[in-house]
Design a protein around this ligand. Structure first.
Ligand code: MOS
Length: 734
């Protein structure tokens, strides 16, 4: 029976904060920085004598494959085998996959995988693949969001009082309140398609032993991938193993299995030996997933003293027929007060590559827009934008009377941020401040992201040597999971961090929450907490202690006047305990969210319109911070990514041929060190007993939420030019 978390957390060993809450260096940090944490493609020890697979992507965006001519490729040096989509029946899709990954003759999007060529070396596989000739029967496709938005279909809402069949969620009477409001704003904004552009491309080594396959891969959600690969390959789950101990970034692009895993498995079966497949950088844009572009309309009505009386947010995005909308209206349901509300989404059919989750899906592009609209509205009201937000704070869910936030200190974030940033010194009139060639501007925005909790399990072992080993299929995608999991076990078992070993990312370990939706840190450590509670019980029993009053400190177990070394409990053999935490009604009864405030200073070159970010500050309220160093890294990573969304990141759509043109890191620009100044992050000191025994919340996505709008608002303050089509590239300012 998993440990059920359905009443607020009381005092527990985590509250000691001897190990948890410390800014500990990442324990995998030295491996990452010395190149000894191998990524999937570099795992030279796991499968001897691997062959290399090269994935060929479709050269059309929509239609059918008539024939694939492989004769010439077969004669190429080093050629071993080839598997084509025409040799393979259309395969099932895995969890969250909207596009089919392989099999059959239908092309749903450009660079869809149509063949994998296997050869002795990567170069030979690539050279052979280039000799393949493909006959296509192309069909007309829909590639232009602006055009297809006109015929987009409503998406049924999932919450709100007046959720009707028209896909519109209503509270009160928005139209009437907006019509009566003395001050109103009605603006439309657009956000671009964006690529995850993670450092490590998708990659997998596959090896079969009889009817069992092992996939050494790069994946955020091991249990999902495990089930998906069994389904796709049509074999029992027991015959599939996934292993993903180190991941070079995911950002949502590796929540699910992609063509590398599927084609490595098929190719290894065909070749009769292990095969490694990496999706080359150009395949990332069009073969995998991206954050969908949006068209968003925001309407706000307020009284002259700045109380919101009516707020509406509508968003249209596109996707393949089985894909989902970008849920850009999410935060508008919960961030500000206002009696009359309307949110709605529409989804257009597009034949572009699959849109899917990317860091803070929904909120990231949603706040990019809402928080610029709030800035525009504050200006209309003649109110300071910080004050406007404070005036419209709410401690209850505006959609559901009586439902409160478990803990909400947005106002605290706004006030502290304004003070530390020196907001009072800002000139509210745009285009006034000069520093040599630079027009200087200041902008701010609120940050908001929901705190999800997901069932998570772990196994802990106490060895004869007193070492505590944690095993869970939780992943560390560069976030610090190894470290906070080890900190949790050290705190619970009363041992120093050096006496804990964390082993992650293997489907043979207990199923965890995985890394997604900023739920991984809080949920997975809570699972480790649950397993450690069981191990403490086992230790107490072995030593003849009462589990309820035994204390675990300094490598010892104490009760009354008895003190025994912890290792003694394992002197007759290793002790093993396993448990999971399951989140009950608490997470439904109260609204759990994370909050923040971003403050940004930019300089805009008065002649060239080059934008330079000069200062950034984030204040975050996200429950207990398990490790301030790794949490800060998450937030500054989010701030960097949000700056990219505001200023440069855009997959350029060829609306005739239907693909993303800038499919590499030369054409798809992301911020580099030179683009980002010193970033300051402050965490409010809080603990949320409603979230888990850890009293922590998610922080991995909060940092990206709102920061792009703070940049855009600063650009407006610098120049007086309000750009509503993101990213704000130079041409839009000239
Ligand atoms: Mo996240 S976009 O759920 O990895």
């Amino acid at each position: 029976m998993p440990m059920k978390f359905d009443t607020p957390a009381g005092q527990n060993p985590i509250d000691q904060l001897k190990v948890v809450g410390r800014p500990t260096d990442r324990i995998d940090g030295k491996y990452k920085t010395t190149g000894t944490a191998p990524y999937a493609y570099e795992r030279h020890d796991v499968a001897p004598n691997p062959a290399y697979g090269y994935v060929l992507g479709a050269g059309i965006a929509k239609g059918r494959v008539r024939a694939i001519h492989v004769e010439e490729a077969r004669r190429a040096p080093g050629f071993l085998t080839v598997v084509t989509t025409l040799d393979t029946p259309r395969l099932e899709r895995g969890k969250m996959n909207a596009a089919y990954l392989f099999g059959g003759d239908e092309i749903q999007h450009y660079h869809q995988a149509i063949a994998v060529v296997v050869a002795e070396t990567f170069e030979q596989a690539r050279a052979a693949a280039y000799l393949i000739k493909v006959d296509y029967a192309p069909e007309a496709g829909r590639f232009d969001l602006a055009a297809e938005a006109k015929v987009a279909q409503p998406v049924p809402g999932d919450s709100g009082e007046g959720s009707g069949g028209d896909g519109v969620e209503r509270v009160g009477d928005f139209e009437a309140a907006f019509a009566q409001a003395p001050i109103t704003l009605d603006q439309t904004y657009t956000t671009a398609d964006e690529s995850h552009a993670m450092m490590e491309p998708h990659a997998t080594i596959a090896a079969w032993e009889g009817d069992r396959v092992t996939l050494w891969t790069s994946n955020q959600m091991i249990a999902w991938g495990h089930g998906s690969m069994a389904k796709i390959l049509g074999i029992p789950k027991e015959n599939v193993r996934l292993d993903s101990p180190y991941v070079g970034g995911g950002f949502g692009g590796k929540l699910f299995v992609r063509a590398d895993a599927v084609l490595a498995a098929l190719a290894a079966r065909a070749a009769g030996r292990p095969v490694k497949v990496a999706l080359t950088r150009p395949l990332i844009a069009n073969n995998t997933t991206h954050r969908p572009a949006t068209i968003q309309r925001v309407r706000i009505g307020a009284t002259p003293d700045g109380r919101i009386t009516a707020i509406a947010h509508e968003s249209t995005s596109g996707n393949l027929p089985d894909g989902d909308p970008e849920t850009a209206v999410n935060q508008t349901k919960l961030l500000y007060a206002g009696a009359n509300r309307l949110t709605a989404m529409k989804l257009a059919h597009l034949d572009l590559p699959e849109g899917n989750a990317m860091r803070a899906p929904g909120e990231a592009p949603g706040l990019m827009v809402l928080e610029v609209a709030m800035d525009e509205m504050a200006e209309k009201l003649g109110l300071d934008p910080v004050e406007f937000r404070i005036r419209n704070d709410t401690q209850v869910d505006p959609n559901k009377p009586g439902r409160r936030f478990s803990h909400r200190d947005l106002v605290g974030c706004l006030r502290l941020g304004a003070e530390r940033f020196g907001w009072a010194k800002r000139n509210p009139k745009p285009g006034q401040v000069r520093d040599g060639q630079w027009l200087v501007g200041h902008g701010m925005a609120a940050a908001f992201r929901n705190n999800l909790v997901v069932k998570s399990g772990a196994r802990v072992r106490l060895g004869r040597d007193g070492v505590v080993t944690v095993e869970t299929d939780m992943t560390d995608i560069g976030t610090g999971s190894y470290t906070i999991i080890a900190q949790t076990a050290a705190e619970m078992m009363g041992v120093p961090l050096e006496r804990v070993v964390a082993r992650l990312g293997d489907s043979r370990f207990p199923v965890s929450a995985g890394s997604g939706g900023q739920f991984g840190g809080n949920s997975s450590t809570a699972g480790v907490y649950a397993a450690c509670v069981r191990l403490r019980e086992a230790v107490a029993q072995r030593l003849g202690f009462n589990a309820n009053d035994a204390q675990f400190v300094d490598g010892q177990v104490r009760s009354g006047n008895r003190t025994v070394p912890l290792a003694q409990a394992a002197s007759d053999g290793e002790l093993v305990a396993e448990d999971a935490i399951e989140f009950g009604k608490l997470s439904q009864e109260q609204q759990q969210s994370t909050f923040g405030a971003h403050f940004v200073e930019v300089g805009v070159d008065a002649d060239t319109a080059e934008v330079r970010v000069r200062r950034m500050l984030a204040v975050c309220a996200a429950g207990r911070i398990l490790n301030p160093k790794s949490a800060r890294s998450q937030v500054i990573g989010g701030m960097t990514m949000g700056t990219g969304a505001a200023l440069m990141e855009e997959l350029a759509v060829d609306t005739k041929r239907g693909f993303f043109v800038n499919h590499d890191l030369a054409g798809y620009e992301v911020p580099v060190h030179a683009d980002i100044p010193h970033q300051e992050v402050i965490f409010l000191d809080e603990a949320d007993p409603m979230s888990s025994p850890m009293k922590a919340k998610g922080v991995g996505e909060l940092g990206i939420c709102g920061v792009g709008a703070a940049v855009a608002n600063a650009v407006y303050n610098a120049t007086g030019i309000r750009v509503r089509d993101y990213p704000i590239t130079l041409d839009k300012l000239l």
